[in-house]
Ligand binder design. Sequence first.
Ligand SMILES: [Zn+2]
Length: 56
Amino acid sequence: MEYNIGDIVEMKKKHPCGSNRWQIIRVGVDFKFKCLGCEHIITVERPKALKMIKKK
Ligand SMILES: [Zn+2]
């Protein structure tokens, strides 16, 4: 499964703001995601990030 910068993904867990949709803003050893609900940015190690994303 490949992910690219700009992709919109759904997470298994909802962010406290109520949104579970995030935009990928960096891929690599770490992934960076921006919450589409509140624009909060998180950095997550790649293996963890891949587990957090809900597969389509
Ligand atoms: Zn949020």
